[in-house]
Write a new protein. Structure first.
Length: 179
């Protein structure tokens, strides 16, 4: 199956949200609260190109629940961006091409251009949070680490996620301009 076919066979965020079984209340609460600043939407639209975001995740993923609602709001706000979601466990071939180390960490956001050519990817969490998790956070008990991760996401309000996604889009445009 081509990336285009895989993309169009995947559910939208709203359809994904309807089928969420794990942490449903949290998914819906964050989706209701998530917002995207107008200047972030303007950065995507200023590229003048059509973009597709294909996300690999699962509904049980704590990072996914904190990341995807913001990405979905970005896709809803930017006229040249759309989003579809695939289950990681049902797409091991795609997941294995986007590993962070040896791990199948999610979410993974794959940037596709208008021809459905992969132009970059992001994941599984914002760089600064990932550095904390792999550094000081790694010595904490799991429950405490997850509490602090959740607190970080609440305080960040999606800013680092949105900046990371928009940055890969802008990098793809810059690469085209340099070619």
């Amino acid at each position: 199956m081509t990336l285009r076919e895989r993309y169009y066979s995947a559910p939208t965020f709203d359809a994904f949200l309807e089928g969420v079984e794990t942490n449903s209340d949290l998914w819906h609460a964050i989706a209701r609260r998530a917002s995207v600043p107008d200047d972030v939407i303007a950065r995507v639209e200023a590229t003048g190109q059509r973009w597709h975001l294909l996300v690999l995740t699962e509904d049980w993923c704590g990072d996914g629940v904190n990341v995807l609602p913001y990405i979905a709001k970005l896709a809803d706000g930017a006229a040249n961006l759309d989003l579809r979601i695939l289950a990681r466990d049902a797409n091991p071939d795609l997941m294995d091409g986007h590993l962070t180390g040896q791990s199948r960490s999610i979410p993974v956001v794959i940037l596709l251009d208008s021809s459905f050519t992969e132009r970059g990817w992001w994941g599984p969490r914002p760089r600064e949070l990932q550095q904390w998790v792999l550094g000081p956070g790694s010595s904490m008990p799991k429950a405490d680490r997850y509490r602090d991760i959740r607190r970080w996401y609440v305080q960040d309000r999606g800013f680092a996620v949105l900046n990371g996604i928009v940055s890969i889009i802008e990098a793809a445009v810059a690469k085209d301009a340099a070619a």
